[in-house]
Design a protein around this ligand. Sequence first.
Ligand code: DI6
Ligand code: FE
Length: 402
Amino acid sequence: MKKRWQHCHAASMAGGRYSIIEDAALVTEGAHIVWIGPRAELPAGDYGETVDLGGAWLTPGLIDCHTHLVFGGDRSAEFEQRLEGVSYAEIAAAGGGIASTVRATREASEGELLTGALLRARQLLREGVTTLEVKSGYGLSLAAERKMLRVIRRLGELLPVTVRSTCLAAHALPPEFAGRADAYIDLVCAEILPQLASEGLVDAVDAFCEHLGFSPAQVERVFQCAGELGLPIKLHAEQLSSLHGSSLAARYGALSADHLEFMDESDAQAMAAAGSVAVLLPGAFYCLRETQLPPIDLLRRHGVAMAIASDLNPGTSPALSLRLMMNMACTLFRMTPEEALAGVTLHAAQALGLGHSHGSLEVGKVADFVAWDIARPAELAYWLGGELGKRVIRHAEELTDV
Ligand code: DI6
Ligand code: FE
């Protein structure tokens, strides 16, 4: 059945950039958009249903393209330690940090992990998120990574959201492999990734390239394995130091490199040449009270697409609001509200390999959109959190209860 949606304006992001249609109309058929444009140009025809959007601004459904929202345990005590001056690296060296979440995640049942993840995912959905990426990486064994990935798949079945799962088995060294990082990478490549991929649990592969994580040479082995399995790759790179992981990721055709505070011009050039998206994570920057800003001007100059995500995780970014991340991207990183909106729609879709179907309001794409009760699109980045009036439409159906 065709539906006509009208009495609205649209920040459509059509044509791969921030673009606007005043007094717009949109036509959907099934789950897809079959027409969008100025209402005055809407073809006459037989529409099964007409929806009055009351003068709202439409945007594509928001996309959070980098989260770690499945985890066990609680790290709020580390927050207190950091406030007393203990660094993230010191906490990690003392057995806290990622390792403490690994212990709690291994101990948790699948049901317990699901309960916590549903709570956090719902927070994002209530803000208009219709597509969500979630990473594993707190299991670090075949069984525990599988448990996390199964929970991630369940989220997509239980909630009205499109979920992409990323296997981040190369997130940290599990304690039983202390001092044997290469042997752990052997296990990831020989067993964990091939097995979980064969079970249909993996949409993409990620790794943490950092002194605290894995070396570029180790990450490269993970990328080669992903390539053999036909899986796209992403990388946590240049978050705390410069190892040129982003260049390495680009060389392997990565969908994205994420964090990037310490990247340099050669990295930006490599990413531009590969079409890899720069996923910027202001929540982690803020929580760690970092001072080195990601080089936004370099990324602009080289035409690297910039996405923004929550990095929702228990350690460095307990961020339950993607709109707050848009605000922080503007205030802390000096991005424009237009860039911030493209960062959680168009470019976030690209960072997930969903650029062909999601991220903009264009004919042929999925009819996932939000009708916001705002006067200007910049308001989405302007308000610090809180709930804005809105209607969320997914697959051309209005969601009534998230
Ligand atoms: N970088 C991050 O910001 C998260 N993982 C990563 O590689 C932090 C994860 C954590 O501290 O639990
Ligand atoms: Fe992360």
